[in-house]
Ligand binder design. Structure first.
Ligand code: ADP
Length: 182
């Protein structure tokens, strides 16, 4: 499914984020930047050791990546030139105001897009941040993701922003959320 918003093609596919040929892919990383399971593990396996070396350099400089922030490395052996590593929030029920999971998820998308913009990146693929091991409810996460992307691309033009969902079920959730927010 795709939809043009402003001058940006917003597209949705079922697939593996590590295989995308967009200029950048986004990693659902953790604050350590040292790799993990899910998307993170897949990206480090496909990209090779160079990405971890770059992550370690970033850690040495700034001590990891806080939740909601983003950092950039090369794509190592993958087709994508860059990986933008962002850290989504861990879902803890949504009722602790101080935890602010929704705002932090929004920040993760916004800061990833902004870092792409600063690096002149014109096409970018996102996974469904926080909806795996971090347990953020996917319907809510999809609405936050799409609202944030939509607002960004109304102001700034990418060639393409792609969402890469691992399952057909998740793909349908994102397509439904797109109908709700546009
Ligand atoms: P988080 O820790 O932010 O929750 P996960 O990596 O655990 O991140 O999961 C985020 C989503 O990405 C889940 O829906 C998971 O099924 C999906 N996923 C896992 N591996 C891949 C992959 N290679 N490409 C795209 N999506 C993936």
């Amino acid at each position: 499914m795709e939809k043009v918003i402003g001058k940006t093609k917003l597209s949705f596919i079922q697939g593996d984020i590590t295989l995308q040929e967009t200029e950048a892919i986004v990693n659902a990383a953790n604050t350590s930047l040292l790799g993990g399971g899910g998307v993170d593990g897949a990206i480090h396996r496909a990209g090779g050791p160079k990405i971890l070396e770059e992550c370690k350099e970033i850690r040495a400089k700034q001590g990891g990546c806080p939740t909601g922030e983003a950092v950039i490395t090369t794509g190592g052996n993958m087709a994508a030139e860059y990986v933008i590593h962002t850290v989504g929030p861990v879902w803890s029920g949504g009722s602790h105001k101080s935890r602010n999971e929704s705002q932090l998820l929004r920040n993760a998308y916004y800061n990833s897009l902004n870092l792409a913009k600063k690096n002149g990146i014109k096409s970018i693929s996102f996974p469904s941040i926080s909806t795996g091991v971090y347990r953020f409810p996917i319907e809510k996460a999809a609405r936050i993701a799409l609202t944030t992307v939509k607002e960004f691309i109304e102001e700034y033009h990418f060639v393409e922003v792609r969402f890469v969902l691992f399952s057909e079920k998740d793909l349908r959730v994102y397509e439904e959320a797109l109908r709700e927010v546009t």
